[in-house]
Design a protein around this ligand. Sequence first.
Ligand SMILES: CC(C)(COP(=O)(O)OP(=O)(O)OC[C@H]1O[C@@H](n2cnc3c(N)ncnc32)[C@H](O)[C@@H]1OP(=O)(O)O)[C@@H](O)C(=O)NCCC(=O)NCCS
Length: 137
Amino acid sequence: MDPSVDVRVRGQVSDEELNVLHTLAFGHGPTTVPWNDRLTRHSLTWVTARLDSRLCGFVNIIGDGGAHAVLLDACVAPDLQGRGIGRVVVRAAAQEAKRLGCQWLHADYEPGLVSFYEDACGMRSTAAGLLQLLEVS
Ligand SMILES: CC(C)(COP(=O)(O)OP(=O)(O)OC[C@H]1O[C@@H](n2cnc3c(N)ncnc32)[C@H](O)[C@@H]1OP(=O)(O)O)[C@@H](O)C(=O)NCCC(=O)NCCS
């Protein structure tokens, strides 16, 4: 990874920066998610990556207050993908969850991301379940 990428645990980030990054990385429409409110109220930790002060990478981790943590919203700006930023932010988040006392870090991902999560980030495959509770239009 480019050594000038600044990776921070609980890095400061504005709601707008995160909405823009998430929109670009996941390819959905514009959003107005109150990220800071969510992060401060519900996250165990999160990791930001910046290049020349621009937010280019992010991952969120929520916890159960005990052994389990769940990794969400890993994203890297499309023009900077494939340069090792995703691997570094996920590994930094995992290290921080471990430091905070978590024993297990869970993630679910599409088949196309197996290489990223398992080869690059060190996760192993396991059976898991997902139940859709609400339809959001
Ligand atoms: C998934 C994502 C976070 C990876 O970030 P990244 O910075 O591009 O990944 P890295 O450069 O650290 O990749 C590390 C390795 O993972 C693999 N990898 C990365 N992205 C991949 C992808 N989209 N599909 C398959 N493999 C991928 C590569 O093989 C790479 O290996 P290499 O170092 O041998 O080239 C980024 O592509 C992204 O934001 N995607 C869109 C949002 C998304 O789907 N997030 C995941 C939600 S579960």
